[in-house]
Write a protein of this length. Structure first.
Length: 624
């Protein structure tokens, strides 16, 4: 029996921490509710430390920390400065504390209280002494590509994972040459370089993808996740002849040059490589699925559509993560699901719109410039929301609206008064609805806006407390819309990224190098990044944004304009809302993994966070 999402939300409120050992052993437990008994499979998540941060303001320090999915429901906390407790009574209703009058260099730890017993000290707080924390980085040396195309390097997209198993998240950063190209543009590029970096700036390794991987937003999608459950994240990327791993070893031929006179790479082998997250060593390379085959069969003959790649991570068995690697979305689409176990790849399934199973059913040409991963049918296993179509956890097509390609899509509990998840998407085809909201389980269109233009941007989130659920807006529409499609008036000033930044659960607008609060007459600036730049041209996206540290609110990471540091901002605002770290909500966590894919999109959790939200659910999870 499939249970409505609203029932699942109530079910997950029940304690899970006490059952963690049983969950690990059996992979399954049963939670009884007032209306039904339903099995919930625990999911493997990272064994994280408290992630304590201290953000200095003019009047003191905001100390915040993680409520872990493995903590009891009734856990409380004490905050210590240099061994002296600073709170009068245990903190129960939130995971932050404002320490008034303290200097920026004050040293904090947090101690959990479980069953009345105070536990040991957490890690020491990371200090945001000026509102931000810099992670030093070192750009690769620039160079000159054939045709005298000189380039330097900019810090581009990043992802997260515990690369060395110490409980702290590390950064995997893609360095992009300044002559990177969109697939539609000819010309040679410099190499793409990827670094593994600790939050103190220590570089663990550097991988050079080499001349046979072209540089640009659509070529290199990298996934960082602990796929084998050993407590350390791996890094998966498409590679080619000449890729140099973190130990200096070369994959394939070091001398091969498969670039044609237009700079495209349309011949030569293509690999999928799993790298060791701690050392950068290439552990195994297999043929990339699908191979390019005949270039013209993907929609053009010069190399644009054949090299459109997407990637993600999904819990296809409901418990452990699998790697998703895909090719194509304008015509043919192929999605391959891989398991990484015991040091080797196994292909779980392949979805191909050209196969006899899928041909003629309207799945071709439906992909976005990004994908989402969510359990849309509430069976405990993840689906791949690929655009105007969704692929089930078993690799079969689940639904297609046949409404075509678009740039942005958002999956979440956008309308909490309906059972299940919803999906908001914009369309590039001027003959199709400009934007639409669908039931994420069936693809049934719930509402849509007028057709008539290439609608390049769209966002859905609860940014306005005056309307129930999430609002949605897009570039080709002139109004902010309610969760049911009704006009609410003034559109926000941006339609890009999102951030939970201030103290309430209504989400803020993140665009370029600023964060704004929506208002019906105008938006209020909450943060302007100092000395930083956004990425990806007119997309104006951050290096990374999400719940990285501290409580459930979201950090934002920009590159400094001179590319010598990643500048991390964490909120200085107190909150009375208590939510388990979003890193332990696997829909949100896998969204941080796919955020770097092509046209970056913001993450959404599996449950509603916003005005008048119910108590947030606790996730049934276990750690390696």
């Amino acid at each position: 029996m499939k249970h409505p999402h609203r029932h699942r939300r109530r079910r997950l409120l029940l304690p899970v921490a006490a059952a963690t050992a049983a969950l690990v052993g059996a992979g399954l437990t049963t939670f009884a509710t007032d209306d039904t008994a339903a099995a919930a499979t625990a999911r493997q998540v990272e064994k994280l430390d408290r992630g304590v941060v201290s953000v200095h303001t003019g009047s003191g320090n905001l100390v915040s920390w993680r409520w872990l999915g493995t903590d009891p429901n009734d856990v409380s906390f004490n905050v210590y400065r240099a061994g002296t407790k600073v709170n009068a009574t245990p903190i129960t209703g939130s995971t932050n504390y404002f320490h008034s009058g303290a200097p920026s260099h004050a040293d904090y730890t947090v101690r959990a209280i479980v069953n009345g017993v105070e536990q040991g000290d957490s890690v020491h707080a990371i200090q945001f002494r000026t509102g931000y924390k810099d992670v030093p980085v070192s750009p690769p040396a620039g160079g000159t590509a054939p045709g005298n195309s000189a380039y330097t390097y900019e810090a581009n997209d990043a992802s997260l994972g515990d690369l060395d198993g110490d409980g702290a998240l590390d950064i995997v950063l893609k360095w992009q040459p300044t002559n990177a190209k969109d697939n539609s543009q000819s010309g040679y590029t410099g190499n793409t370089v990827v670094d593994g970096i600790k939050l103190d700036g220590t570089r663990l390794w550097r991988i050079d993808l080499g001349r046979n991987i072209r540089s640009g937003a659509h070529y290199t999608q990298f996934q960082v996740y602990d796929y084998d459950g050993d407590g350390k994240a791996e890094v998966a990327m498409k590679t080619a002849d000449g890729t140099k791993d973190g130990t200096g070893a070369v994959i394939g031929s070091s001398s091969a040059d498969h670039r044609n006179s237009s700079g495209y790479v349309l011949s030569g082998p293509e690999f999928l490589t799993m790298f060791n997250g701690q050392t950068g060593k290439a552990m195994q390379s297999v043929d990339y699925v699908p191979g390019r085959g005949n270039v013209s069969s993907w929609g053009d003959n010069y190399g644009n559509r054949v090299d459109r790649f997407l990637a993600g991570t999904a819990y296809l068995d409901g418990s452990r993560p699998s790697l998703i690697m895909a090719r194509g979305y304008y015509t043919r689409t192929v999605i391959a699901a891989w398991d990484w176990r015991n040091g080797s790849f196994t292909r779980r399934w392949t979805f191909d719109t050209n196969s006899s199973t899928n041909s003629g059913k309207g799945y071709d040409g439906q992909g976005n410039h990004s994908l989402s991963v969510a359990d849309v049918d509430n069976d405990g296993k993840d689906e791949i929301v690929y655009g105007a179509m969704t692929v089930d956890d078993n690799g079969n097509g689940l639904w297609t609206t046949k409404l075509g390609h678009g740039d942005a899509g958002h999956v979440g509990d956008l309308n909490p008064s309906r059972a299940g998840l919803e999906y908001f998407k914009v369309s590039e085809d001027s003959s199709k609805p400009g934007s639409w909201m669908a039931d994420a389980r069936t693809g049934q269109i719930l509402w849509q806006t007028a057709s008539g233009s290439d609608n390049g941007r769209g966002v859905a989130a609860d940014v306005y407390a005056g309307s129930a659920g999430a609002e949605a807006w897009s570039a080709a529409d002139t109004t902010l819309r309610s969760a049911t499609g009704a006009s609410l008036g003034r559109e926000p000033s941006s339609m890009n990224f999102l951030s939970w930044w201030d103290g309430d659960p209504v989400r803020e607008l993140l665009d370029g190098t600023r964060i704004d609060k929506y208002g019906t007459s105008g938006d209020t600036r909450l943060l302007t990044g100092s000395g930083v730049s956004s990425n990806n041209g007119t997309k104006s996206t951050p290096v990374l944004s999400g719940d990285i540290l501290g409580d459930w609110r979201e950090e934002v990471v920009w590159r400094t304009s001179d590319n010598t540091a990643l500048r991390v901002y964490s909120t200085p605002h107190e909150t009375s809302t208590k939510i388990t770290t979003l890193l332990h909500d696997t829909q949100y966590r896998t969204a941080l993994a796919w955020q770097n894919t092509a046209y970056n999109q913001p993450p959404h959790p599996s449950f509603f966070i916003g005005n008048a939200m119910p108590t947030a659910p606790r996730p049934p999870v276990y750690t390696p």
